[in-house]
Design a binder for this molecule. Structure first.
Ligand SMILES: Nc1nc2c(ncn2[C@@H]2O[C@H](COP(=O)(O)OP(=O)(O)O)[C@@H](O)[C@H]2O)c(=O)[nH]1
Ligand SMILES: [Mg+2]
Length: 412
């Protein structure tokens, strides 16, 4: 988390209990409505303190927004208006803003996001509280046919009047500097489609950073009127789990290949799949595709059910012949309708928000801890003693935490 997040948190917790909101914060310069709305994520469960607490949060954001200079306000206004008006250039520029490492721009991105979120809440209110967009995560080993599948499904959907956004999460692009996915070479037609928006994975940052910005990019795409958001990721590291935690439906794509290629697919991720698509079911590959379909169908029966309203299914499709593609989409719609009707989809989204908040806190607190001068000073010595077995890991952890907390509290 950047300076904004930390300063925000510091302000929330440093507010005295008798704190009242100065009038001036209500005249925040940008878009008042956004900052006077309730922010459920920060609400205290203690009702006695919740309204005070909420005012404190709004004030914290209000303070922050007051710092905006004239050009910054104009930039944010321009981006917001363009984004809500569905302009692709504004959407692209807004995503660049949330991806930035620049501390001040990070703050501006949060202001923009708050405004887009407020607009979404308003729109969802008019939709009976139901989400307006459907988020689908697509994962599978490299070469499974994900990009080809997205190209064909994406074209079919824009042909039916949908607006489709494609985002990619590729942790390897952070280290190699090249984005392997969201690659427009496999999505030539979709990338030329005016009703589609394709954004490759950011090529810098940690997995945590990349997934955070992807989460925020989803919000921006929805704000720009994209009603279907597809997030592609490879089965590398923890990226699939991160993507499963940010979408409404998680789809696993499996090629009709031999055992070796399928070895890399983690059991844990199969458990998370709401739908398994066996790809490349064409020509000579139809027979092995059927076999894989049967294997996965029986494997899924043994797994614990994730949802009361949906049983994961295994289907076959070919992006080359389009066989099975409309049927796959029909299954996805069935899933969405069942999950919306039971409110499970809405509940899943709420739970995801909380998971994300905590994972961002964990990442930020750990980073803060590791960069703390007293910790950095004591760490090499203690690490050495732990590895040599002179002291226990538990004692070393206690000592480091003590160094961290005592100098943190004395400095504040
Ligand atoms: N036969 C056949 N090949 C496919 C199909 N879909 C993708 N491929 C091929 O599989 C390879 C990998 O496809 P790609 O979409 O880039 O996979 P990704 O790495 O999962 O995104 C390419 O050579 C595609 O032409 C299909 O439906 N049938
Ligand atoms: Mg790909």
């Amino acid at each position: 988390m950047g300076r904004f997040g930390l300063s925000l948190l510091c302000r929330i917790y440093s507010l005295p209990s008798s704190f009242t909101v100065p009038k001036v914060t209500r005249t925040c310069c940008l878009h008042q409505g956004v900052f006077t709305g309730s922010l459920p994520i920060y609400q205290s469960t203690n009702q006695g303190h919740s309204s005070q607490h909420r005012r404190g949060v709004n004030t914290a954001i209000g303070h922050h927004v007051q710092d905006l200079s004239g050009p910054e306000q104009r930039l944010l206004n321009k981006l917001y208006e363009g984004l809500i008006g569905g302009q692709r250039a504004s959407l692209a520029e807004s995503i660049t803003l949330v991806e930035t490492q620049h501390p001040r721009k990070k703050e501006l991105a949060q202001v923009l996001l708050q405004r887009v979120l407020a607009n979404r809440r308003e729109q969802e209110g008019g939709n009976g509280g139901k989400p307006l967009a459907f988020r689908v995560g697509l994962s599978g080993p490299p070469g499974a046919g994900k990009s080809s599948f997205i190209e064909v499904v994406g074209k079919m959907l824009t042909g039916r009047g949908h607006k489709v956004a494609v985002l990619a999460v590729d942790p390897s692009s952070c280290t190699t500097g090249g984005s392997l996915m969201g690659d427009k070479t496999r999505m030539t037609e979709l990338s030329r489609d005016m009703n589609a928006f394709i954004r490759p994975s950011p090529t810098s940052g940690t997995l945590g950073g990349v997934t955070r910005t992807t989460n925020e990019a989803i919000v921006l795409c929805e704000g720009a009127g994209y009603d279907i958001v597809l997030v592609e990721t490879v089965g590398v590291g923890q990226s699939e789990f991160a993507v499963a935690d940010m979408v409404d439906m998680f789809v696993l794509l499996i090629p009709p290949a031999g055992g070796d290629e399928l070895q890399g697919i983690k059991r844990g991720i199969i458990e998370r799949a709401d739908l398994v698509v066996v790809t490349k079911s064409d020509g000579d590959l139809v027979v092995p595709a059927r076999r894989i379909q049967a294997e996965y169908t029986s494997a899924l029966k043994l797994l614990r059910r994730q949802s009361k309203s949906w049983n994961p299914k295994v289907v076959r499709a070919s992006s080359h012949t389009s066989d099975g593609i409309p049927e796959v989409w029909a299954k996805m719609e069935l899933y969405r309708d069942a999950m919306l009707a039971s409110s499970e989809l809405q509940r899943r989204r709420m739970a995801q928000q909380k998971v994300w908040m905590w994972s961002l806190i964990q990442e930020s607190v750990l980073c803060h801890f590791q960069n703390h001068p007293s910790v950095r000073e004591a760490l090499p010595h203690l690490e050495e003693r732990v590895t040599k077995g002179v002291i226990s890991p538990g004692l070393a952890a206690d000592l480091l935490l003590k160094a961290f907390t005592s100098s943190s509290s004395s400095s504040s």
